[in-house]
Design a protein around this ligand. Structure first.
Ligand code: SAH
Length: 357
């Protein structure tokens, strides 16, 4: 039975489910979830590391600088969360190992998908990666963490304003028995309602509860006196919080989020404003968010491009096009934002403006 038919049967029996539960099942159902069966990564959507090797290489330089900023510790954890095909980390380590003795680092990968774990192991075979299930399972010690296009797949709850109350958007069935968005008429818990903007706000809201999980996992490390820098890159609006940004992609095309559960990628915009606030409230130091174009420019994208073109003049056009796509306003340059969450008292990370260099 397809995932869609299973969802329909479950909703017919137990009633509509929150959008976040739909997203969780579509992405992570153990047999039919989008990531569980390897994902159309590189086919349904193309991420920055799959666009250009320069992305991972510059992140590799960032890692070296932050290792030094941690005081060049004898041993530290290098953690990637949601590493996809392992391309970013392979590119980053190829550069980092020129400056950073590899025996200093313990590579830890947090990855939900068994199939992607297999692909990451193969891509990073020389670096002895260790897989763990969650941030809380990363062993103690100084840490540098990277997550590219990870936060956007944390399931989102959606809310709609009706008069002076908020209601939750759900996935139910239409008259023909197909999947359809609807509204749960019951009252929200006081806690949920209290977290949303008060009347007379009108419109919609979208909240990823998993952002709290990420911040809690990081602040637990800070409380344990394990210094860290955590870099996240993802889609996000400039200042506002997302309203209804749930999108589905298959073969590079956008389609209706309910059309192909489990075989299309589902994604939402990340609320960087909320993430920053949660992190600050937990005592973490926040740098950014700023645009990916600005960040990569500050890390020396142009110089890296010049060097690569000099040594591979035959590939100049492709190299230039890849770099352009990473930073151009109509590519990934402004839609993507970069934020660094760090434990208290560390030097500012590089790439975030004057204080950080
Ligand atoms: N960073 C990669 C892949 C991005 S796709 C790149 O830039 O190419 C999202 C990745 O996050 C996939 O590897 C997916 O399996 C993983 N992922 C999604 N939700 C997760 C979760 N809750 N825990 C761990 N990994 C998760």
């Amino acid at each position: 039975m397809s995932l869609k038919d299973r969802l329909i049967r479950q909703i017919r029996m137990d009633g509509p489910i929150p959008v976040s539960a739909y997203m969780q099942t579509c992405l992570h159902d153990p047999s039919d979830g989008y990531y569980a069966n390897g994902a159309g990564l590189g086919r349904d959507f193309i991420t920055a590391p799959e666009t250009s090797q320069m992305f991972g290489e510059l992140v590799g330089l960032w890692m070296v600088a932050q290792w030094q900023a941690l005081g060049s510790p004898e041993r530290f954890k290098l953690v990637e969360i949601g590493g996809g095909r392992g391309t970013l980390m392979a590119d980053a380590l190829r550069v980092a190992k020129r400056f950073l003795p590899m025996e200093r680092l313990q590579l830890i990968l947090i990855e939900a998908s068994a199939e992607l774990r297999r692909i990451q192991s193969a891509a990073l075979v020389g670096f002895d990666p260790q897989f763990v299930d969650a941030l809380t399972a990363v062993p103690d010690g100084p840490t540098i963490l990277i997550g590219n296009e990870f936060l956007d797949c944390l399931p989102a709850r959606q809310f709609v304003r009706e008069g002076d109350v908020w209601r939750e958007r759900v996935v139910g069935l239409d008259a023909a028995g197909g999947l359809a968005f609807g509204i749960d008429r019951s009252d929200l818990s006081a806690e949920d309602a209290g977290a949303l903007p008060p009347a007379p706000f009108s419109g919609e809201a979208e909240v990823q509860p998993g952002l709290e999980g990420v911040v809690d996992g990081l602040s637990a490390r800070a409380e344990n006196s394990d210094p860290f820098y955590a870099l996240f890159l993802d889609y996000g609006p400039d200042a506002d919080s997302p309203k209804d940004s749930l999108r589905a992609y298959k073969d590079g095309e956008q389609l209706h989020p309910l059309a192909l559960p489990g075989s299309s990628d589902l994604t939402v915009d990340v609320d960087f404003t909320r993430l920053s606030k949660l992190a600050r409230d937990s005592g973490l130091t926040v740098s950014g968010p700023l645009s990916q174009g600005t960040f990569l420019g500050a890390l020396g994208l142009q110089a890296r491009l010049d060097t690569l073109i000099k040594s591979h003049p035959d590939k100049a056009d492709a190299l230039f096009a890849g770099a352009q796509k990473l930073v151009a306003p109509d590519g990934m340059g402004t839609r993507f934002k970069v934020i660094c969450l760090a434990s208290e008292g560390l030097p500012a990370p590089i790439g975030f403006g004057k204080a950080g260099g």
